[in-house]
Each structure stands twice: as C-alpha cells, then as structure tokens.
Design a protein around this ligand. Sequence first.
Ligand code: PLP
Length: 357
Amino acid sequence: MDIARELVAKEKLKPLFEDPLKLPFGRNFTDHMFTMEYVPASGWIRPCIKPYGPLALDPSANVFHYSQEVFEGQKAYKSAPGEVLMFRPRENARRLNRSLRRMCMPEIAENDILEAECELLKVERRWVPAVKGASLYIRPTVIGTEAALGIKPSSEYLFYIILSPVGPYFKEGFNPVSLWVSDTYSRAGSGGTGEAKTGGNYAGSLLATLEATKKGYSQVLWLDAGEHRYVEEVGAMNIFFVIDNKLVTPALSGTILQGITRKSVMELAPELGIAVEERRIAIDEVVAGIASGRVSEVFGAGTAAVISPVGKIAYRGQDYVVDNNRTGPWAQKFFDTLTGIQYGELADTRGWVYVVG
Ligand SMILES: *Cc1c(COP(=O)(O)O)cnc(C)c1O
C-alpha cells in the first residue's frame, strides 16, 4: 500500500501518561490513526495515517441506523530490549474478514490489514508502554458510511485503526470475578451474528450486564439461546473449566466468538500438562461440579484480561463459590505462559509473536 502521511508536528504531540500501570482501559488515545475508504468503483482506497480526531459522517450513514460495523481487539507489547511485538495478528486479520463477510461488508487483504497496523505502530512506537502488564490496545474498525436510509448493505465503508495505551486488567494481582448466569436473556441465537465481532452483539448484551452489576456481579455468563441450558461465554471472554483435572471449554457452536486467547490456551494445554476437551457443558453440570469440588477452577480468556479467574457463579438465586474464591494454579500457569510469550520473555516456539519492524 502507498500510505499517505499527515503527521502531527513534534511540539504538538500529546504527553505520555506518567504511570502506564495506572492507565484505565480505552480512555486515552495516541496522536494518530489509520484510515482507508471503500468505494464500489475502486475498492479500498486512500490509505492514510493522520492526526487522531473526530470523523465527519452523514447522519444517515448506514452504521448509525443498521449497524454495519465490525471490529477487532488486539495489543502491541514492548519487550525488555525495546522491540514492539504483536501476538498472532494474522488470526485477528482473518477473523476481521470473517466478521466482514457475515455482515455483508467488503473484505480487506490480510497483508494490508497487517501493514496498516505495523505502519501505524511504527509512527506511534513511543506509545507502547515499556512496562510488563501495560500495552497498546489496537482497535481496527470497519463501518458502513453510505448516506442512505434504505435497508441494504452500504456501498461505501471506512476502515480505521485507533490505538489506546492500557494498564493491566488486574491492578494488584488477580482478582477473581463473579458471574451471574442469565436464564432469560441471550447474547446470540442460532443463525445469528454471535460469531462475528460486531457492535450489535454488545448493544444487545448491555441490559443483562446492567442487571448483573446491579445485583453485585461483574459479568454475565451466557447460556445458549434455545434452551438456556448450555454454557457459551462471558461478556468479552471465552470460558474454561477445570473438571476432574481436565480443561473443558464449550465447543464452538456458531454462536460463540472464536477467541484467539481461547485457541492459544487450547494449543498450550497439552504442553503444560493438562488434557483439553471441547464439548457442550450444561450449567447444571457446572454448578453441581462446583458444589462437589469436581470443578476446581473456572476462568475466562480474552485479549483484554488475558486470563480472568472466576471466583463465584450465581445461578437461579444461589451463589456457587469456586475454590474459596482463589486464583487456581491453571489460571496462573496460562496467564504466566501467555504473557511471557507476548512480552518476548519466553521462547516463541510456535511463531505466534510478530515483531513490528
Ligand atoms: C473478542 C471477544 C472474545 C475474545 O477473543 P480474543 O481473540 O481472545 O480477544 C470473546 N468473546 C467475545 C464476545 C468477544 O467479542
């Protein structure tokens, strides 16, 4: 790609945050963003790195009414010698394209997505925190921009990438989260858009999450939409259980987002010494297993927190406390291994680490 550059003058660059470990999630943004437009006659055109700032869109733009929107969530890390690293970014590019196909939006060449991310990261290198635990969150987004209220796929699109320096999800070590199981709301139904990373899935999940937080739980554990019986995932994370010393996770059903952290945990498991099983998991099995001690650990897996131990699950008015609300050894092991690879401390034997040149 021939990326145009319109860079902020040196004296006008924003000051960096003093303590990256205290950075809140997604509230601060870097100096620049990447943008590229799609028009039917020419495809994706005008790749550009320009100052971060508001977009000008027609109020009738498709995204505001019919939600043609997909996004990704990934991170750049700084290794001790100062290299900028990404973790399995091709997986994110592939998933972005799968989401785009599902939402009737034009795909973007995988190499162009990667090039856009790398070139933006090179410009914003100083924003990648040089502290383990902190990172630069990458948010690629595609929206339908055609100004028309007719219900049909937009003919024009905007692809943009913004960057946000973030601190660790858990400020003082792990903090097991509590989950509330909804047996009335659902996140995604069969044949719907649950596998796509699209904003509408989140819009529809906010009310249940609000109810969960009002009751004192931090997130919703979603069950299948058909029977409200089988576990699917948590908010923005996939879920794992250690049942009889085996790692068990819900099989991909078409309604579960295919997490790259999930995939990585499953690929690491045999090497770390635990067998892994993908299958349907009934919520009844989970709560009975927690009560009997057969379920020894529960944890979420996703880019933001990496691994998030679950200390409590509420189902039908009863709280089930997992292993005295402690962080289990497997959650710790997966967290240490994944972050070790991501920050370049552990050998990358699988080609998961991508060095930004
Ligand atoms: C992004 C996301 C995940 C986690 O995916 P990762 O690639 O591991 O970050 C899980 N569930 C949902 C609904 C998501 O949007």
